[in-house]
Design a protein around this ligand. Sequence first.
Ligand code: MLT
Length: 327
Amino acid sequence: MNKNFRKAMIAVGVLAALVSGTTHAAFPDDKPITLVVPFAAGGPTDKVARELALLMTKSLKQQVIVENTPGAGGTVAAKKVMSAKNDGYTLLVHHIGMSTAPGLFRNLGYDPMTDFEHLGQVADAPMIMVGNKDLQAKNLKELMVYIKAKGLDAAYANAGIGSASHLCGLLFMSAVQQDMTTVPYKGTAPALTDLMGGQVQLMCDQTTNLAGQLKAGSVKAYGASTLQRIPAFKDIPTLHEQGLKDFQVNVWHGVYAPKGTSKDTTDKLSAAIKASINDASYKAKMTDLGVVVPNEKSASPAGHKAHLKAQIDLWTPIIKKAGIYAD
Ligand code: MLT
């Protein structure tokens, strides 16, 4: 090939790349991958999903977008993804709610273990019981006096039956032996707005959503849902150390594809997820939010599936014993 012809061919190649605007997507086809989030935008689940989407886009050289599909404690989104084409383009980012749904819903309509491919765990968020900053109660002891006195006049916000905030609230009310009026929202982002506005008094939410308000002092923290204090929020005592013995709710998050998605596709997706959660910016952001990034074993598809099974086995009898149903 003479020199001028070679130069001309290179110029054509460069021009073609410029015209296309992007390098060719590495994933099978050139269309966006959708991460379906079962709660409203701006909340803790949404925040994890959007961080993941940014990094998966980089890793797969394929646009990854987030779609919020709230409702019924996350089961609307789970059913949507279960019924989606199993081509790897519609995925679910869900949390502990995937393991509590079988106990809460008598007609769930799907089996979290067999109707999905488990792509890996991506985050493990602690929760904190918070109150409106104008509440008089300065600590858990005083809060329990307040709750006993107010009873059903005290409003507790959650993201709907089956949500992590619902589960934490149930365990809390059972531990303090006092019911409150629960107010469901499409996610804890809108719930937090009402809590700060005084429309509701209390909520148990993930640090992913609360970090900014906690640092700004615009909500009152009454206790963490972990046995050890949260490293990013060491000044907040746990509910356990304040007397609610063994009170523990960790909101673990995983990514799911519809059953039957090919192994080649799930391998590509799991590898992109693993690369994303190992990215330094992801680890730094999550740590700052008090969120634990799963280790290699937990993050693997096998580790995710085993953890889901263990969590279903843990929560189902607890929920049944409490006699709580969502349907
Ligand atoms: C919940 O389960 O409480 C949800 O994670 C809240 C949310 O993500 O908005």
